[in-house]
Design a protein around this ligand. Structure first.
Ligand code: RIB
Ligand code: CA
Length: 318
């Protein structure tokens, strides 16, 4: 089976790290590169963390630095209280050896879409600013991309930053509106389903013993993330938002979708809310409304437990 070519746009972030490492080790995925964006952390820290993740895996793929502010609204506070000041919980900041690509994220996205025309799946798991800028940079981008799988939004689940808005949309609603209104195939993996996939501290402890290098890192990074979930959601575990989006690309059988055009509220108290768009002329988005939560959780743990810990990375820090 030919692996699916995937580019992850990410604001690493603890669950982003889970998603990127999963993508690196699932043989059904060919990770072609990462682009960084603000959200959980600043774009500078997101870029550094994305470089560190790539270095950790030993993959020789580019990381391109993304936008440093939203398209229109003022920059919002980054979610350091969820992911820690440096983005990986209490894990100290990495100093990656590698440097970012020479081109900015939106140009890199267009370059990868040209290189892999018709084959590339874009998987944004942070705010959608880079994708919106890429659509502006190349007006034919939507026709070159195989599909887009967005971790973000919600239809009936409400928000996790405000009662209405999910974090990735809330950070840049104007960019999200551009992404959901472009003429490309979009799947939205939102809180309607990601709130149902929870991994426990015991899951990550088991992962750490099976895969000391990668599982050990994720277990360390997840401790801060567990504390946030205990305090805010009252759960003994963590939501697997970003890994669920990546897994849905190569295991769509785990997910059921409704088809509806999606719009984004851009002002007032409901800013950042994703809605069933009622206007004309907008393509349907596949919105995930059902999921086999345990299948997703098991898939994540199985792939990560089989991660080649002996894989030599370009750096020794982990
Ligand atoms: O709302 C959850 C999303 O916001 C996830 O992508 C998480 O990493 C944060 O970016
Ligand atoms: Ca994220």
């Amino acid at each position: 089976m030919t692996p699916t070519k995937v580019l992850i746009d990410t604001d690493p972030g603890v669950d982003d790290a889970m998603a990127v490492l999963y993508a690196a080790f699932d043989p059904a995925i060919e990770l072609v590169g990462l682009t960084s964006i603000f959200g959980n952390v600043t774009t500078e820290i997101a870029t550094r963390n994305a470089l560190a993740l790539v270095e950790m895996t030993g993959l020789d793929i580019p990381v391109a630095a993304g936008a440093t502010r939203p398209l229109v609204q003022e920059a919002r506070e980054v979610a350091w209280e969820v992911h820690g000041r440096e983005g990986f919980g209490d894990v100290p900041a990495f100093t990656p050896k590698r440097k970012p690509a020479k081109e900015p994220a939106h140009e890199f996205i267009c370059k990868m879409a040209d290189l892999h025309e018709g084959e590339l799946v874009l998987c944004p798991v942070g705010p959608l600013t880079n994708l919106a800028l890429a659509l502006e940079h190349d007006s034919s981008l939507a026709s070159k991309v195989k599909s887009v799988t967005v971790m973000g939004g919600s239809l009936d689940e409400g928000g996790n930053v405000t009662p209405h808005a999910e974090a990735n949309i809330w950070q840049d609603p104007h960019a999200a509106e551009k992404v959901f209104s472009a003429n490309w195939k979009v799947s939205m993996i939102g809180l309607d389903v990601t709130h149902r996939i929870i991994c426990s501290p015991a899951d990550f402890a088991a992962l750490a013993s099976a895969s000391p290098k990668f599982g050990g890192f994720l277990d360390d990074a997840a401790q801060f993330y567990f504390d946030f979930h205990r305090k805010v959601d009252g759960i003994d575990g963590c939501h697997m938002h970003d890994p669920t989006a990546v897994i849905s690309i190569v295991s769509p059988q785990f997910v059921s979708f409704d088809e509806t055009p999606v719009g984004v509220i851009l002002d007032g108290e409901e800013t950042g809310k994703t809605i069933r768009y009622q206007g004309e002329g907008r393509m349907n988005t596949r919105v995930a409304t059902g999921i086999d939560a345990n299948a997703v959780r098991e898939r994540f743990l199985d792939i990560m437990k089989s991660a080649p810990d002996s894989q030599q990375s370009n750096s020794n820090e982990v």
